[in-house]
Design a binder for this molecule. Structure first.
Ligand code: HEC
Length: 158
């Protein structure tokens, strides 16, 4: 009488372990999915008509100071006073506001920054994501947009 009971018990234990093992592999699949969803947004290539421009104020301290004033008036509300993406309107925005001091922003070109200030989120993938980045091309002339580029570049640690 005793032996069949033990066999049944061993079988039950084996089944339990098998089910537990399957459960574990489900969990790790789920985690993998969450990781890929939190990857930073891939930046599109700068279109040729923007990629061919050069900042007339590169390294000019006066331009950086003027750029700082323009930034404080129009950008700090979202991007934050020191560019960390923590302005008063930032919390509600999805996709989140870029932190200009982040390592991930270090290698972004002046031309890309100028393009994004000019056209905001009018291009893909930002348009479909309903990004809150405003186009400023009709609000600021080219020189003022370059001054803001210079200011943003002065915020990163390069
Ligand atoms: C209403 C909120 C808001 C305002 C105002 C705003 N931005 Fe943005 N900006 C965003 C958000 C959100 C993103 C990130 C999503 C994206 O790239 O579109 C962004 C992205 C950017 C980028 C691209 C960064 C990257 O990661 O590639 C630049 C450059 C930029 N903003 C500059 C500015 C400047 C300069 C101003 C002011 C003239 C400004 N923004 C005003 C919300 C804002």
């Amino acid at each position: 009488m005793r032996l069949p009971m033990m066999v049944a018990g061993a079988f039950a234990l084996t089944s339990f372990l098998l089910i537990a093992a399957c459960g574990e592999s489900d969990t790790s699949d789920g985690r993998g999915g969450a990781e890929s969803a939190s990857q930073p947004i891939e930046r599109p290539d700068t279109p040729p008509e923007f990629a061919s421009r050069t900042n007339p104020f590169s390294g000019d301290a006066e331009a950086i100071e003027k750029g700082r004033e323009l930034y404080a008036a129009s950008c700090a509300q979202c991007h934050g006073d020191s560019g960390r993406g923590d302005g008063i309107n930032a919390a509600s925005l999805d996709p989140p506001v870029t932190d200009f001091t982040d390592d991930d922003f270090k290698d972004v070109s002046s031309q890309y920054i100028f393009w994004r200030i000019t056209e905001g989120s009018m291009m893909e993938p930002f348009r479909s994501m309903r990004s809150g980045m405003t186009p400023f091309g009709s609000l600021y002339d080219e020189e003022d947009r370059w001054r803001m580029v210079s200011y943003i570049e002065s915020l990163r640690g390069d």
